[in-house]
Ligand binder design. Structure first.
Ligand code: SAM
Length: 224
C-alpha cells in the first residue's frame, strides 16, 4: 500500500510495536500500511461517522487485516480501548483536534505518543501543547501539494516553548521547511503591501515577516 507523502511522514513517526488508535481514520490507509510494514501488529481505526468507518472496514477486509485492525465508531477518544498507546489525529482543523484532546485529556497520560496533523493554526496547536507542559518530541513540515505540519508529543513534562518555537517548531531545517518559510514570506509580504501601517494587525505581520527573513537568510546561508 503506497501512502501519500503526508501520511508516510505520519507513519514514520509511529514507534515500532505501538498499539495505534487512528482517530478520524476515514479511508483506514494509515493503520493498514503500518500493519503491512510490520511496524505495528494491532490497531484501532476510529471515526465518528459510520460512512468513513464503513470505507475503512472495506479497505481493511481487502488488505486481509481484519484480525489486526478493529474499527470503532467513536467521538474522539471516547470509545478507544485502554491498551492503545499511540494516538494519531490527522487531517482535521486545530479546533476539532483540540476538542478531541481536551475531551479525552486523562487518556493522554496512558499513551507513549500522540501525533497530530492540524490542517489549520499550527501555532495554536504548539501553544496548546506548550500550555499543558507536554513534551514536543518531533515537529516536521512537509510539502505534499500543500504544506502540512506533523507534531509528535507526549504527556510527559516538557519545556514551555519560546515565541520562535511556537511560530516555527523545534529544530526544523529541512528543504521542505525552507520552502515553507519562503512561501510564508511571500504571502506575508503581499499582505503587508495591502495593509495600512495603522491597521490593528500590521505590527503582527511585520514581526512575522522579520522572523521569516531571519529564517530564510540563515538557512540559505547554511544550505550553500
Ligand atoms: C479529512 S478526514 C482525515 C482522514 C485521515 N485521518 C487523514 O489524515 O487522511 C477527517 C475524518 O475525521 C473524522 N472526524 C471528525 N471529527 C471526529 C471526531 N470528533 N472523532 C472521530 N472522528 C472524527 C471525519 O468523519 C473524517 O472521516
Amino acid at each position: 500500500m503506497k501512502l501519500s507523502k503526508r501520511l508516510a511522514c505520519i507513519a514514520g513517526m509511529v514507534s515500532k510495536n505501538s498499539i495505534l488508535a487512528d482517530i478520524g481514520c476515514d479511508h483506514g490507509l494509515l493503520p493498514i500500511s503500518l500493519i503491512q510494514q510490520g511496524v505495528i501488529s494491532k490497531a484501532y481505526a476510529c471515526d465518528i461517522n459510520p460512512r468513513p468507518l464503513q470505507r475503512a472496514e472495506e479497505a481493511i477486509t481487502q488488505a486481509n487485516c481484519c484480525g489486526t485492525i478493529s474499527t470503532i465508531l467513536s467521538d474522539g477518544l471516547q470509545q478507544v480501548p485502554s491498551d492503545a498507546d499511540c494516538i494519531v489525529i490527522a487531517g482535521m482543523g486545530f479546533e476539532t483536534i483540540r476538542n478531541i484532546l481536551e475531551n479525552g485529556i486523562d487518556r493522554l497520560y496512558d499513551c507513549q505518543e500522540i501525533i497530530v496533523q492540524p490542517n489549520t493554526d499550527v501555532r495554536e496547536m504548539r501553544s496548546w501543547i506548550s500550555a499543558h507542559r507536554f513534551l514536543l518530541m518531533r515537529d516536521q513540515v512537509i510539502q505534499d501539494g500543500h504544506f502540512y505540519h506533523i507534531l509528535k508529543f507526549s504527556a510527559r513534562t516538557g519545556d514551555v516553548l519560546t515565541e520562535d518555537e511556537l511560530l516555527f517548531g523545534k529544530n526544523q531545517d529541512s528543504a521542505d521547511f525552507l520552502a515553507y518559510c519562503m512561501y510564508e514570506r511571500h504571502k506575508t509580504e503581499e499582505i503587508l503591501d495591502q495593509l495600512s501601517p495603522s491597521h490593528d494587525h500590521y505590527k503582527k505581520f511585520l514581526y512575522y515577516k522579520e522572523k521569516l527573513l531571519e529564517k530564510t537568510e540563515k538557512m540559505d546561508y547554511e544550505h550553500e
